[in-house]
Every structure is written in C-alpha cells, then in structure tokens.
Design a protein around this ligand. Sequence first.
Ligand code: CA
Length: 219
Amino acid sequence: MYRILVVEDERAINDLIVMNLTEAGYECERALDGIEAADRLEAGGESFDLVLLDIMLPGADGYELLDYIKPLGIPVIFITARGSMADKVRGLRLGADDYLVKPFEIVELLARVEAVLRRAGKAQNEIEAGGLTIDTRSRTVSRGNRPIPLTAKEFDLLLLFIQNRNIALFRETIYEHIWGGEYMGDSRTVDLHVQRLRKKLHWEDKIKTIYKVGYRLEI
Ligand code: CA
C-alpha cells in the first residue's frame, strides 16, 4: 500500500484529499502546517511514496519543505492557488513532479497521483478489482485465467472507473479524459463505450447510470 503525506493547512481541503485517497486505497498521513510537515519528514520521510504539498503554509512554506523532501527522493505534487502561474513554474523548476491547481476535481487528483507514482516506478502494474486482474503495462484484462479483449478506449475507460471507484463521474469528465477533446454535449460516444464495457465485463450491476449526470462504478 502506498503512503502519501498530505501537507495542506486548509483543513477542509486536507480532509477531502485524505478521504478520497483513502477511499482509493492509499494510506495517508497529514500535516496542517510547515513545521508539522518537516517533523514528519524528518521522523520517517523515506516511508512516504509521495508528498502532496501546498505552497502557502504557516511555519515553513512548500518551497522550504522541498529541501527536506528532495534528498529523500520522494516525488512531490505541488498544490497551488488558482492563477499562481509563477508558483507552478518555480515549483517545477525546483523539482516538483507535478502540480494541482485549487480548486481541483477529485478525478484530477487521483489521475495525477497515479501518474506520478507510475513515473516514479512505484505504481503497481497489476490491479485487482471486482474480480478482474488489470495489467496496466501490457494493458490486458482477465477474469481468472480468461482474458477479456477490450479496445484501447474501453481499457482507458475501465482504468478511469477503477481509479475513481464509488465516485460519480460526469459524462464531460469521462469524455475529456478518454477522448482528450472538449465535450460538446454529445454523450452518445461515452454512453456507447460504457454500454460495451458493461457487457464485456458483465458489470451491468456494477457500473451504475446516474440520471442526467453520468456513471459510477460500485465495487
Ligand atoms: Ca495554504
């Protein structure tokens, strides 16, 4: 299980991040100011796989904390306030692996965490979920020993659902993540792929339709 240190002084945001990461299967520790974060990093820094690091913090700010984190070789995702482009540039130049701009969607948070862990060679290649084995390196899916052939988009869609299990996904969000373009209000592409995926996986009861919103994987 991956351990993530969440450094964020706004308690509501810290709570939201910790709750959703825990739900997604990560183990979290939290720090609500820069001093607490430095203490935790000095006490057991190397046990963390990732740090989510707010920049504006009481005590010591995110830039100062980077000095504690970088020698440990732990990847960092900076959390910045909206519009602080200078923060982003400076953060990335100082060695942050990625950044999130507040306010962010949970789906965005989970995708960035997963991507940074994967780039750092920490993410697991095999995911077990709902009776399926999903290999993200070979991009194959099987139930027991029986492979389930999926198209590239269906595989991406399955991964998106798995990474956001038990969370409602808007059609717009699904469209933007899988097809990469701007959603023009035509939900047929999304609906068609979800229906195909449901049928292939026999997940008619697991991928729930949320009226007028989108879908939710319940496993
Ligand atoms: Ca802050």
